[in-house]
Design a protein around this ligand. Sequence first.
Ligand code: FES
Length: 168
Amino acid sequence: MARYAAWNIEAARALVARMSRLDGAAMPILHALQDEFGYVDREAVPLIADALNLSRAEVHGTVTFYHDFRERPAGRRVIKLCRAEACQAVGCESLVDHLARRHGVAVDATTADGDLTVETVYCLGNCALGPAALVDGELVGRLDAESLSALCHGGAVEMAQSPEGGAA
Ligand code: FES
């Protein structure tokens, strides 16, 4: 289920050229690259720097400052687990432990086989249905160890959602 294009420097160059005239183009370009490839390849840094007349250090600094930007390819499934207060109150940290023990993946890491990336987010606006997560961009609520494991194994996101948008 490849959701992202494989890194391609010529496609990236064309994207940068298309967007370089926007006001404050660096952030839109970085988001567009990540949307396209799933991460911001290090080869994109000089492309952006040259197009926007910035130093490479400035562009690299922007990529590393914002946690939303990945510097390595994402796993085939991306789970962004909410660890803000309301989700903490209903057990999200036990899910972090579960991920480490059962699936061998730490938060903000990708499994060695490239199957799974787990990232931390802080509040998805789904506090009443916590613990909450975004799974491949889809909101899931009322996660527990079992439903999280199913999602880690590529289970359908819909199966983890209740009719009202949370999780069963
Ligand atoms: S605190 Fe987790 S969705 Fe708001």
